[in-house]
Design a protein around this ligand. Structure first.
Ligand code: IMP
Ligand code: MG
Length: 180
């Protein structure tokens, strides 16, 4: 079991499993026929996933524009709050096909908030991809169009995701199980 910052981390999804799934997701997304898509990575949690996924999209034949929006729903803890835009996209989304990339879909509050925001701004179509889905935690009426893996109902870290700003750098997704 990997030990990082003196914590034992149980691996849930390995780097290899994620890489394999990203290739499949990119192929799925290409088949979904988004027209000249604007890809928006929801920061901070999705930055590693987005970086890998856009290169898989390139391999699958898609050349998207890439944007970022920074949403805070958690602060430094693990208790969800109302989503807040900390940093907005720079592009005009009016008339565009948008693909929102998020790390994990839990209550659905974050993705629904950004989805609604893009439609309010006149997006033509908003598609969504989440690396992980915790369906048991859903509150909003929203499913992602593309999901990497169904995630057990545990607080996960790594591959961009943090707890208290730590563990984003891990190449896998795991759960902190205790002190080493
Ligand atoms: P939602 O708004 O409840 O769907 O939560 C989505 C956001 O909360 C995700 O984009 C993540 O950034 C964060 N989040 C939810 N669950 C976890 C977790 O297990 N680990 C790290 N971040 C999480
Ligand atoms: Mg997030």
């Amino acid at each position: 079991m990997p030990i990082v910052r003196n914590k034992k981390i149980e691996v849930l999804f390995s780097a290899d499993e994620i890489a394999q799934r990203n290739t499949e997701l990119a192929e799925e997304i290409v088949l979904s026929e988004l027209h000249d898509p604007l890809v928006i990575s929801i920061l901070k949690g999705s930055f590693v996933f987005a970086a890998d996924l856009i290169r898989r999209l390139h391999k699958a034949g898609l050349s998207p524009e890439v944007e970022f929006i920074s949403i805070s729903s958690y602060g430094a803890g693990t208790t969800a709050r109302k989503p807040v835009v900390l940093r907005d996209v720079e592009s005009d989304v009016k008339g565009r096909d948008v693909l929102l990339i998020d790390d994990i879909l839990e209550s659905g509050g974050t993705l629904k908030y950004v989805c609604d925001l893009m439609y309010e701004r006149g997006a033509n179509k908003v598609a969504t991809v989440a690396l992980l889905d915790k369906p048991g935690k859903r509150k909003a009426k929203l499913e992602a169009d593309h999901v990497g893996f169904e995630c057990p109902d545990k607080f996960v870290v790594g591959y961009g995701m943090d707890v208290g700003h730590a563990f984003r750098e891990l190449p896998f997704v795991g759960v902190v199980t205790g002190d080493a």
